[in-house]
Design a protein around this ligand. Structure first.
Ligand SMILES: C[S@@+](CC[C@H](N)C(=O)[O-])C[C@H]1O[C@@H](n2cnc3c(N)ncnc32)[C@H](O)[C@@H]1O
Length: 202
């Protein structure tokens, strides 16, 4: 079945897949229902490690179920757990992604973030520019050379447009000597979600 041309989420997955291999470490900054976490788990395989963050226990529980149905080994952590062991499987952390660096002791090869609110959950609990930008700064710093960071921005909810403007500005400000940056937008639907991808130069 062919995919809709304008489905930026799946373009993001494809651009990550180009750079991620079995056995590597990858990060999901916003687990939600776990679709991105599962995609990352498939890319790194049983020997790889996925670390996924969310502030909502319902989101992490949904992600856990999703992953277990697909045979993943899943470990649950609370905020303040400290550096996670390097181990194959999926680590789900109930903590803000702005503290990303506190949990990692290795450079990730890929990082994904789908901003906005938990689908089916409380639409008031959204990603916020301050913490989003802190997480993106850390992700860019930690990313392995040749690794990619893919972020999907939604504009339809209150606060979405402001977050979009700031995240767009963050990517635009990444030094070209260190990062290649791509933006993918639905040209004739300005309100549609858009994708930003940064690749760290080797
Ligand atoms: C659009 S949803 C993510 C969708 C998800 N990637 C999926 O595949 O279903 C955004 C998620 O970000 C979470 N979130 C909001 N602020 C956060 C923060 N500071 N740190 C981590 N997660 C956060 C929300 O709880 C929500 O579940």
């Amino acid at each position: 079945m062919s995919r809709a041309l304008t489905r930026v989420v799946s373009w993001g997955h494809e651009l990550l897949a180009e750079k991620i291999k079995k056995g590597q470490l990858v990060i999901d900054l916003t687990a939600g229902n776990g679709c991105d976490t599962l995609m990352l788990h498939r890319l790194v395989g049983e020997t790889g490690q996925v670390v996924a963050f969310d502030i909502q226990s319902a989101a992490l529980e949904s992600t856990r179920q999703h992953l277990l149905e697909h045979g993943a080994v899943v470990r649950m952590w609370q905020a303040g757990a400290g550096k996670l062991p390097i181990a194959s499987g999926v680590d789900l952390i109930q903590a803000g992604h702005e503290s990303l660096a506190d949990y990692l002791s290795q450079a990730p090869q890929g990082v994904v973030a789908n901003l906005g609110y938990f689908p089916g959950g409380d639409p008031q609990i959204i990603t916020r520019p301050d913490s989003t930008l802190k997480a993106l700064r850390q992700a860019c710093h930690l990313l392995a050379p040749g690794g990619r960071l893919a972020v999907v921005i939604y504009l339809g909810h209150p606060g979405g447009a402001e977050e979009g403007r700031l995240v767009d500005g963050f990517f635009a400000g990444l030094p070209a000597a260190d990062f290649q940056v791509l933006q993918l937008k639905v040209s004739n639907r300005p309100e549609a979600p858009f994708l930003l991808v940064a690749e760290k130069r080797v």
